[in-house]
Design a binder for this molecule. Structure first.
Ligand SMILES: NC(=O)C1=CN([C@@H]2O[C@H](COP(=O)(O)OP(=O)(O)OC[C@H]3O[C@@H](n4cnc5c(N)ncnc54)[C@H](OP(=O)(O)O)[C@@H]3O)[C@@H](O)[C@H]2O)C=CC1
Ligand SMILES: N[C@@H](CCC(=O)OP(=O)(O)O)C(=O)O
Length: 417
């Protein structure tokens, strides 16, 4: 890991120096090679999937691990979108002449070496590599161990693309071991790594909070909420309530708790339950919601406990709670949410604006599914992930989040009086 770090640090200088056309050329070469090598990538992914199935990985995790045709096309499209994005590096903004005569501005620059620790989702390897290359950073990628074969195959493609464009192959390095000791090393070498982006659950974060000496931009769990307000449009409530839970169970922007205003609950809950029944979603309800759902004959029903408000299921399970109104909904969210993404369904402008202002999460939405919290969907081209942190970068992190601003000063020989 020390050697990896040393090489990343050396490569980071060339990555930061490279002009926009060179970095874009590398991205285009990688996109073309993924298209060409799709059968080999699928074969490598099949090895991972076979091993994961044999180890009993949950269906939602297998869904994340699978490199479907759609996932391959999206990776390629994502890279090409990143090529088309404006280059943030070197841009000078806020230039002002000071009374002393000097001009002071800010230049956008790469962070340097970024270590990314993430789940077993091979498309992240390409998205993360692509964004780091475009933003002039070197990166060390430590993906989930179940994806090791596919990540090795992708690493070869990325390195060839970098070299083809005249950039150092060490600009992107994939950690070639599933030994977690490598994570321990990566997070404790500030001399080589400028920032760590951990994408993962509570176990990973607990270790990092204990051990990391490199600063982090934390991409944590998603305990996301949808609140159906008294003034909700019924059709929107049904569509959003279903999509936010059932579109993909394994993603961090999936709804885990549904909050429903008391007055609208007898209308909306039985109809929404009809939708959930098609997916056999288990509903864990508070006493009031339980009574409504039981009267409607919903079969997959359980009583919620306090633990459910704090649980990210990543599965066809949903906590349901009746609330008095928007204040109670926001209280619940600000108490239990992981500060990732929350949505309100309402036609009431004032309620919508209060929700936007007062809910303390990285993405807050009105009449839209939490599943939209995604860099691709937000127009960032791709994303490193979704930050639940407040400092530096919040929500889906794209190119800007991988850069910072340094002050630049232009003088004409001025000296301070
Ligand atoms: N906010 C965001 O952008 C994202 C959040 N997530 C969150 O991640 C979680 C689910 O993903 P899951 O795969 O279960 O996440 P994990 O936290 O189990 O794994 C993520 C990565 O961290 C590593 N890891 C986990 N624990 C440790 C440890 N103690 N020491 C060293 N390395 C460790 C894993 O390695 P190994 O393979 O060895 O287990 C893997 O590379 C959910 O909570 C989800 O919401 C996921 C993606 C994006
Ligand atoms: N960008 C993702 C959500 C973030 C993410 O990567 O989540 P996860 O599936 O937990 O790794 C998406 O909406 O597809």
């Amino acid at each position: 890991m020390q050697d990896l770090g040393r090489r990343a640090r050396a490569a980071s200088r060339a990555m930061a120096r490279a002009d926009s056309a060179t970095r874009n050329r590398a991205l285009a070469l990688i996109a073309d090679a993924i298209e060409r090598e799709a059968p080999a990538l699928r074969a490598a992914n099949q090895l991972d999937l076979d091993a994961a199935r044999a180890n009993g990985l949950a269906p939602a995790m297998l869904d994340r691990l699978a490199l479907s045709d759609k996932a391959i096309t999206t990776m390629i499209e994502g890279l090409r979108q990143i090529v088309a994005l404006p280059d943030p590096v070197g841009e000078i903004s806020n230039l002002k002449v000071r009374p002393s005569g000097i001009q002071v501005g800010q230049m956008r620059v790469p962070l340097g070496v970024i270590g990314i620790i993430y789940e077993a989702r091979p498309n992240v390897t390409v998205d993360a590599a692509g964004l780091c290359i475009k933003s002039g950073n070197a990166t060390i990628l430590r993906g989930g161990s179940e994806a090791i074969h596919c990540n090795r195959a992708l690493a070869k493609i990325v390195k060839a693309g970098l070299e083809g464009a005249g950039l150092p192959a060490d600009g992107v390095q994939v950690v070639d071991t599933t030994d977690r000791a490598a994570v321990g090393a990566l997070i404790t070498m500030p001399q080589y790594v400028d920032v760590i982006v951990p994408r993962g659950g509570k176990g990973l974060i607990a270790r990092l909070m204990e051990e990391a000496t490199v600063p982090m931009i934390k991409h944590l769990d998603g305990i996301c909420h949808v609140y159906i307000d008294a003034k909700a449009d019924l059709q929107k409530a049904l569509d959003i309530g279903f999509n936010a839970k059932c579109h993909r169970y394994g993603t961090c922007n999936t709804m885990e708790t549904l909050l429903v205003e008391r007055g609208i609950a007898p209308t909306v809950l039985p109809q929404l339950a009809g939708r959930y029944l098609t997916e056999s979603v288990e509903l864990r309800a508070d006493p009031e919601a339980h009574a409504i759902l039981a009267a409607a004959g919903y079969p997959h029903l359980a009583h919620a406990t306090e633990e459910d408000w704090a649980t990210e299921y990543l599965a066809p399970v949903l906590a349901v709670k009746i609330v008095d109104g928007i204040d109670a909904a926001m209280d619940h969210i600000n108490t239990w949410s992981s500060k990732h993404t929350e949505a309100i369904v309402t036609e009431d402008y004032s309620a919508a604006m209060r929700f936007l202002r007062e809910v303390d999460s990285a993405s807050v939405m009105v009449n839209a599914s939490t599943r939209f919290a995604d860099g691709f969907e937000y127009g960032l081209g791709a994303e490193i992930g979704i930050s639940n942190d407040k400092l530096h970068a919040r929500g889906p992190v794209g190119l800007e989040g991988l850069t910072s601003l340094k002050y630049v000063v232009f003088g004409h020989g001025e000296i301070r009086q």
